[in-house]
Design a protein around this ligand. Structure first.
Ligand SMILES: [Ca+2]
Length: 470
């Protein structure tokens, strides 16, 4: 046999050996899906039979978080953190300055595939994935993909018009086609990024799951208006509903939002069925997560440009070979720890620039802790620290601090910052937050040079698309 032929045979053997011993990965990533939108994890209203299936087979994290944002479109930094394994203060949003984790999977012999939403600029797609299908690049789109002339002002389809395939369904089809194309010679990493349940909350008209707004409970921390100016009160997401927020509007919005989650759940079921029916059923790790939560009436807010739990906490479920079944974990972690963890499970060498920690041990033993504390940021105007029980949020522009006891008050309704008994704790947590920010390269001050009034009332004139502050 000639030397080149020998090399080819050797490489093929090495690849098939790797395929036989290393797991595949299907990573399903939702957009703005709150952690509390899964029936099996305690939501009494929503129907998510397929996410429930995944919960049953794996480990669900109750305290997984995105770290924050440096712009209103938090999708962008969140995905940059996830895919690079770098912290908020250290990301390149275009994903060009550092090696990405999907690239590292490719380098390790994986076939890498992406479909759905991409929000980090076109050049980084081919830098990250060998194969990308039906990726759409950018922010807000109508997921029905119908011509504008066929849509009503609310984004829904004009009665009598027919829409092409919903974006999330199309991305699922592409994922199924990719799974079908596998011949077992190479392990694979498939990344399916849904555009939903980000607003507009639009699913095909004939999707049968519907929710009666009257049956949907208001969030326990619902308020008609946020109690002070958090620095981001009139950004686009906050303009989705008028002030004061009305319970009936919030219920109607949640009904549409939940319906979208159920529609995604149907797509997730198609992926689970396809993996189950494939030769890779026993060798495939399935991960479900979302890039952020969102407020939807909590604290008088609608969007995710805040550091409350409903916006920062994300769903995170791992299932597959070597992972405990039907377990919940209280281990705290960031989204940017997820790829390092998958790297560990799949024996993929981390990019040198990845900073996330692997918590693969938690997947075997869900009682183990992961990170001792977490730090969050939104622009220069909100910074926070969660030490496992206590959460401090700092608003430097109005010189204001909130302190919540997450153990007794998971909905962050009782701000203890004015309690003299908490003064030492607040001082210590502020010092720790400042030190952790500094260690991570975040130089923003915790008290702004110019302090603005904290009072806020809805302005008569709101910023419009394209204007500053929108
Ligand atoms: Ca998002």
């Amino acid at each position: 046999m000639s030397l080149p032929r020998l090399i080819v045979v050797f490489c093929a053997m090495a690849l098939s050996l790797r395929a036989a011993t290393t797991p595949n990965v299907v990573f399903i990533f939702a957009d703005d899906q709150r952690a509390d939108t899964i029936a099996a994890l305690g939501n009494p209203v929503i129907k998510t039979p397929n996410l429930d299936r995944l919960v049953k087979r794996g480990v669900a994290f109750n305290r997984a978080y995105m770290q924050g944002g440096n712009q209103g479109a938090t999708c962008v930094p969140s995905r940059a953190m996830l895919l690079s394994g770098r912290s908020l203060a250290q990301i390149d949003e275009k994903l060009m300055k550092h090696e990405t984790w999907p690239h590292a999977f490719g380098q390790a012999g994986y076939a890498t595939f992406a479909t759905g939403k991409w929000h980090n600029g076109p050049p980084s797609i081919s830098k990250s994935f060998q194969n990308a299908k039906a990726l759409f690049v950018g922010g807000m789109v109508n997921p029905l993909k119908a011509p504008t002339s066929d849509l009503l002002p609310n984004g829904k389809l004009t009665p009598g018009k027919v829409a092409p395939k919903h974006l999330c369904e199309e991305a699922t089809d592409e994922t199924l086609a990719f799974l079908k194309s596998r011949d077992g010679r190479q392990p694979f990493f498939a990344y399916l990024a849904f555009d939903g349940p980000h607003d507009p909350h639009i699913v095909p008209d004939d999707f049968p799951v519907k929710y009666d707004p009257a049956s949907i409970p208001l969030p326990p921390n619902f308020l008609p208006q946020h109690p002070f100016d958090n620095g981001e009160m009139v950004i686009r997401d906050e303009q989705l509903l008028p002030w004061p927020r009305r319970p009936e509007d919030i219920r109607a919005m949640l009904a549409d939002y939940y319906r979208y989650v159920s529609f995604l759940d149907l797509q997730i079921g198609r992926v689970l069925d396809a993996v189950d029916a494939s030769p890779y059923a026993a060798s495939t790790i399935i991960v479900f997560a979302a890039d952020s939560g969102v407020a939807r009436g909590s604290h008088g807010l609608i969007g995710k440009q805040n550091l409350y739990e409903h916006s920062m906490r994300v769903p995170l479920i791992f299932a597959g070979p070597g992972i405990a079944a039907d377990q919940r974990s209280e281990a705290m972690c960031y989204l940017f720890d997820v790829m390092p963890t998958l790297g560990k499970l799949c024996d993929v060498t981390a990019p040198q620039t990845s900073q996330g920690r692997d918590f693969a041990e938690v997947l075997k033993d869900p009682a183990r802790p992961a990170r001792p504390s977490l730090m969050f940021g939104y622009k220069t105007i909100q910074k926070a620290l969660n030490d496992g029980r206590w959460k401090l949020i700092r608003y430097p522009h109005i010189d204001r601090t909130q302190l919540f006891d997450l153990r007794s008050d998971p909905f962050e309704t009782k701000d203890l910052s004015a309690d003299p008994a908490q003064a030492d704790r607040i001082k210590a947590m502020l010092e720790r937050l400042a030190a952790e920010m500094k260690a991570d390269g975040d130089d923003d001050p915790l008290t702004a040079a110019k302090i603005l009034p904290a009072d806020w009332k809805a302005p008569a004139k709101l910023p419009q698309p394209g204007q500053k502050g929108y």
